[in-house]
Design a protein around this ligand. Sequence first.
Ligand SMILES: Cc1cc2nc3c(=O)[nH]c(=O)nc-3n(C[C@H](O)[C@H](O)[C@H](O)COP(=O)(O)OP(=O)(O)OC[C@H]3O[C@@H](n4cnc5c(N)ncnc54)[C@H](O)[C@@H]3O)c2cc1C
Length: 382
Amino acid sequence: MVDHTTVLIAGAGPAGLVLGNLLRAEGIDTLVVERASWEQVRTRARAGFLGPNSARVLTEHGLGAGMLHKGLEHGVCAFRGEDGEFELDYSRLGRGEVHTVYPQQDLVADLVAEYLDRGGEIRFGATVTGVDPGTATIRYRDEQGESVVSGRFLAGCDGSGGVTRQAVPGRRITQDHGVSWLAVLAEAPQSMAAVTYAIHDDGFAGHMARSPEVTRYYLQVPPGDDAEAWTGERIWAALDTRMRVDEFGQLKQGPIIDRRIVRLRSDVAAEIQHDRLFLAGDAAGLISPSAAKGANLAIMEAETLASALVSALRHDDERPLAAYSRTCLPRVWRAQEFSRWMIDLLHTQDDDFHRALRRARLHSLRDCHAHQNFFAEHYVGI
Ligand SMILES: Cc1cc2nc3c(=O)[nH]c(=O)nc-3n(C[C@H](O)[C@H](O)[C@H](O)COP(=O)(O)OP(=O)(O)OC[C@H]3O[C@@H](n4cnc5c(N)ncnc54)[C@H](O)[C@@H]3O)c2cc1C
């Protein structure tokens, strides 16, 4: 079977779905091809912190109802270490902007519902197996067998493990940051009002709200560690130690409903376009979750790409498409730079020199306005 649409989108994550919605709002035909089932897509918990730019894109384009109704605003974070705890009111320090905490799977479910309402088509359970950027064609496999679909343009939004990125020639700039996290979801209310980063010689621990009933915790673990080796009891014991509960108060415990190892890696393409193919989100550039930027970059790239495609398709102007890599990549690299800065701030190093530098950076953040302002602007913005 061969069929045709205008914009073919590989992947129904935040990037592909925001793009699909923005194009459907302009009456442009789209088809999203997604490897996972609908059930998997709407329950896959990952991000939660949306920056003000993402919130703007979603609200301006009629995609923010769920986030506005159920999202929680966050403008303060805290750092705990051997010298005590301090809070940074990054909303007040910066431009008054806050994060909106809204689980990624809820956002994705909202985006799917709206996309279908706008007349978009999604094929779930369809794995893209081949891409031809020259003819804007993809081959995919589903229960019915192999199919080929073509469009005028292709959007590669199939994440860091997808296939579209392999069809863009050129260098990729990669970095393994040498750090792994155990990412945990606990069915428990948040234990502190603020996002809390705990710095400890045993390793980093993080606490972030996700919803009134669910809290995200992170634990730095040795690279190559196995998530199954972390029982609930072991997780809470490590969190108690690293969060220094004897000094700062107990954590509100609950059943662990998800645990997985996340290797902190970066992987950015030197070019994110080739012929009729344009990459967005993690397919264009994977970023470590240390500064919660991945979903935000995905949403911003989707907006930039949608606007460029509308120019090409509605106004016969391909200049914004031609400039797509140049428009997006500086933003990607600023986010990468800040994420790396956060990795250095938060993680335990084996040698005394780097441990002493980390402590000094924390002191600067506690005491120096210039450092606080740098942090506030980059943490919430970009
Ligand atoms: C533990 C964790 C916490 C995070 N926290 C934050 C946070 O707080 N804030 C933030 O901004 N970011 C965060 N991130 C990053 C964020 O989740 C990602 O950057 C975001 O999901 C990227 O969106 P995307 O649409 O590019 O890719 P994805 O969400 O990965 O979507 C890609 C889609 O493509 C599909 N696909 C893959 N291969 C194929 C194929 N061959 N054929 C068809 N479909 C395919 C996948 O099934 C998937 O649905 C976090 C990530 C992790 C792992």
